[in-house]
Design a protein. Structure first.
Length: 302
């Protein structure tokens, strides 16, 4: 005697309740952040001065650091493309995640195309009395390439590997952004804008992947695997807090007052701190968002 096969429980393949709203909110936050970054650092006198001062002061520490940064940036496109291609192709072929790969690649391409479009479409820097190049350099193309490649790897990773992939990829993107500042290729705001632009493309792509690959989006939670150890969230938080302290200290030394001193590298270090804070904040927020959306093995009804 045979019994009709029951249809699989589709509710078990869905992300956690409310995660759709959280993904939409995160995407909107990236877009609003991108607009605010452009307005403050390009359209206001104070923003222009802080941004340009960090770029000018980078000359004082260029030396050996600049040489290393130049070599890294020369290799950055190759490293980014090879890193993303190897991981995406490996996961796609081994796990047969063709749709996910297509979504991740499309979002990666979209972010890089949008960066070049914004460079041409956004107005040149208005004259606010700050000595600076008028051409628009926001967002940073090198940073967008590095961050989008890292994000593609993150999206293709299984939930148990995502925390580690997020930290390594975020560090790679931050290193690329810092290198562009050391080489005086981009201002800090250009790098931050690139992070936000990538988030605006890759977060919706991640939601589509999570919705489509429900069976893949399962894990045991933090601390159950090397790739999902809590250290991958703790490290960026600690580094971000240290960077915030560096930024406060650097800006406090040049703040108006009796103890005010002339800045030589204070704006530069504050700019570096801004890049690190923005990069690791995005890393922690994105990793936490995807961790919440993933289903737990011990909670099959989610």
């Amino acid at each position: 005697m045979t019994f009709p096969r029951q249809a699989p429980d589709r509710t078990r393949l869905r992300p956690a309740p409310g995660s759709g709203f959280m993904f939409a909110f995160a995407t909107l936050a990236c877009i609003v952040g991108l607009i605010a970054t452009y307005y403050y650092f390009v359209q206001t006198t104070t923003g222009q001065f802080i941004d340009e001062s960090a770029l000018v002061e980078a000359v004082d520490i260029h030396g050996p650091a600049g040489k290393a940064a130049t070599e890294f940036l020369d290799w950055l496109p190759t490293i980014s493309l090879v890193m993303a291609a190897v991981v995406v192709l490996f996961v796609t072929v081994i796990r047969r995640r063709w749709t996910a790969a297509g979504i991740a690649i499309a979002a990666c391409i979209g972010a890089n195309v949008a960066t070049q479009v914004l460079k041409d479409v956004l107005p040149a820097r208005p004259d606010k009395g700050v000595v600076t190049l008028e051409l628009n350099s926001l967002p940073s193309g090198h940073t967008t390439l590095a961050a989008s490649a890292a994000a593609a790897v993150f999206l293709m990773a299984s939930p148990r590997w995502r925390p580690m992939a997020g930290f390594v990829g975020g560090t790679f993107a931050i290193a690329s952004g810092v290198s562009t500042l050391i080489n005086q290729w981009h201002r800090p705001a250009d790098v931050v804008a690139a992070f936000l632009l990538v988030g605006a493309f890759m977060i919706p792509a991640g939601w589509l992947i999570v919705r489509h690959d429900g069976a893949w989006n399962v894990w045991d939670g933090f601390g159950r695997h090397l790739g999902s150890a809590k250290i991958w969230l703790t490290l960026p938080v600690v580094i971000g807090l240290v960077s915030a302290a560096v930024a406060v200290y650097s800006l406090a030394r040049i703040a108006p007052g009796p103890a005010q001193e002339a800045s030589t590298t204070n704006y530069f270090w504050a700019g570096i701190a801004l890049i690190v804070i923005a990069g690791y904040l995005a890393t922690v927020a994105t990793t936490s968002l995807f961790a919440y959306a993933a289903r737990r093995r011990d909670s099959p009804g989610r």
